[in-house]
Design a protein around this ligand. Structure first.
Ligand code: TEU
Ligand code: CA
Length: 533
């Protein structure tokens, strides 16, 4: 899977925003990587407070991205190259400029009032103590009708009321509109938030916002969505499901559940601001055991919401290329569908702009405002938000070393990462040892080695702080993956059963590694990755 955040991908009309025409022009590059499915971030009409995740018209294309004709050509061009396209489905909330919300908020007895979640104040205050992802409260007061409405994200993103059957059927109609155009599935945005805690009670610990999701009723909604829409099409669905355990995750993706096919869970992304090898391995093993034989996991470490993996979990200084390859090798050999976020395949890094004004992300800007309003020092708050700012992943793709990295002939909507002169597609494609060609090999291996897809997984190094050594076994084939996540050499002694005379080296991220006679005791160099069969 390859994620295209189109507004940062390639700009063809010089307005500083990437666009769908730009995706069409670069499809051969994506195809060359070996991609099967493209996940396109939202390109529907939107006032763009949350970069397209605040939709004001589900069945028309945002002017910045292009128009429906461009979108139809993109779908056709993707299919002509034997690839598939899945779209982002954002139905927990709309924009506050969606006509539905404009009607709903116009008066208490408007027929669409109950399409959103409106509550009276309690003791002159918010209806309860729930926090939102992007603001201190999920409640926003509307003077005109003297009630609060709920928003799990920004004020500009009112939550739809999924208890209302009219809403659900309107959404199913919209889904059919896109599926009947021939898309190949959906990535379902925060889909586990659709059902709200019954009665909207105050919670013990409002800052731990997992009470916003996985509430009773969610599976009934998804089973209805499956019955009404999903099961009638030959498609794939991946749910974005924050704050979920493997046991709960299985309820969304179990093959006998008739809900979704796979999911992104966020244990790694949210619980591990920086690398914790042992915790990561524990999460991987728990998810493998939790879904084994009954459901499919997804493997990712970065996307448009989470910073670039080579910066957050690798070493983007002395070992940028090695650790970019190592992380790619891990994500493509662990159990689950691997996702490549645009730019990951050339080892693009996170960014550190000089001031909050260089940043765009509403989540970061809201957090900055909330914290300095508490009297905290602005520079200290700014510094504290840099590592995890979503804009780390949203800087323009660096195509070459020309002005604005060849992304736009205009002024980019967000600054290009200053390291574009060194890190760009052009130099990557010219280097046979680049991250790109390593990813290309990994993806090609998955098409010819079922062990990578169906193999049983066994971690041989659960307690090791820096080495990650595991096997995948399928129908007599056993792969041994050896990863050294540290900046120093590490030695691994293999348990019995691995001292066969010869092991075949499938792929290594260091040059001139040979197939050793025995690998009973192996010294791995900093950020070295090896795959043996
Ligand atoms: O993300 C929801 C979500 O879980 C992220 O907001 C994440 O938890 C947060 O960024 C901190 O890590 C989805 C979309 O991917 C995101 O871009 C939208 O802002 C959000 O939903 C609202 O639609
Ligand atoms: Ca453009």
């Amino acid at each position: 899977m390859y994620q295209v955040y189109w507004r940062s991908f390639y700009d063809t009309n010089g307005d500083g925003y990437g666009d769908l025409e730009g995706v069409i022009e670069k499809l051969d590059y994506i195809k060359e990587l070996g991609v099967d499915v493209i996940w396109l971030n939202p390109c529907y009409e939107s006032p763009d407070f949350d970069n397209g995740y605040d939709i004001s018209n589900y069945t028309s294309i945002m002017e910045k991205a292009g128009n429906m004709e461009t979108w139809e050509r993109l779908l056709q061009a993707v299919h002509e190259r034997g690839m598939k396209l899945i779209m982002d489905l954002v139905v927990n909330h709309t924009s506050n400029q969606h006509p539905w919300f404009i009607e709903s908020s116009s008066s208490k007895n408007n027929p669409k009032r109950d399409w959103y979640i409106w509550k009276d104040s309690v003791d002159g205050k918010e209806p309860n103590n729930w926090r939102s992802y992007f603001t201190p409260s999920v409640w926003e007061y509307d003077e005109k009708t003297e009630q609060y409405y709920m928003h799990s994200f920004a004020v500009e993103q009112p939550d739809l009321n999924w208890e209302n059957e009219e809403v659900r059927h309107e959404i199913y109609k919209m889904m059919r509109f896109w599926l009947n155009k021939g898309i190949d599935g959906f990535r379902l945005d925060v889909i586990n938030l659709l059902a709200k805690l019954k009665g909207f009670p105050n919670v013990e610990n409002p800052t731990n916002i997992n009470y916003l999701g996985n509430n009773p009723g969610i599976h009934e909604y998804l089973q209805e969505m499956n019955r009404e829409v999903l099961q009638h099409y030959d498609i794939m669905t991946v749910g974005e499901i924050p704050f979920v355990t493997p046991e709960d995750g299985l309820l969304y993706v179990g093959e006998d559940r008739n809900e979704l096919h796979t999911l992104f869970h966020f244990e790694v992304a949210d619980d591990m601001p920086t690398w914790d090898m042992v915790r990561y391995k524990e999460i991987q093993t728990r998810w493998y055991e939790g879904l084994k034989g009954r459901g499919t996991n997804s493997q990712f470490m970065n996307n448009h919401d989470h910073t670039r993996q080579v910066t957050r979990y690798g070493n983007d200084q002395e070992y940028r290329v090695e650790s970019a390859k190592l992380l790619g090798a891990m994500l493509h050999t662990l159990p689950g569908i691997p996702y490549v976020f645009q730019g990951e395949e050339i080892g693009m890094t996170g960014v550190r702009f000089a001031s909050i004004d260089d940043y765009n992300d509403i989540a970061m800007k809201n957090k900055y405002k909330e914290e300095i309003e508490k009297g905290r020092d602005p520079q200290e708050v700014f510094e504290s938000l840099l590592l995890l700012s979503r804009d780390n992943s949203r800087t323009p793709i660096q195509w070459d070393d020309s002005e604005q990295a060849g992304f736009t002939a205009g002024t980019p909507w967000i600054k290009v990462n200053p390291n574009y002169k060194k890190i760009n597609v052009k130099e990557t494609l010219a280097d046979p040892n680049s991250v790109f060609y390593f990813y290309q090999k990994l993806i090609a291996l998955r098409k010819t080695n079922p062990v990578m897809i169906y193999g049983d997984y066994n971690d041989l190094s659960p307690d090791d702080e820096s080495l990650y050594v595991y096997t995948r076994s399928f129908e007599g084939t056993r792969w041994l993956i050896m990863l050294n996540h540290s900046d120093s050499k590490s030695e691994f002694v293999l348990p019995e059963g691995f001292n066969e005379e010869k092991k075949q080296l499938i792929l290594a991220n260091y040059k001139d590694v040979t197939s050793e006679k025995s690998i009973q005791k192996t010294i791995l160099l900093p950020h070295e990755a090896r795959i043996y069969q």
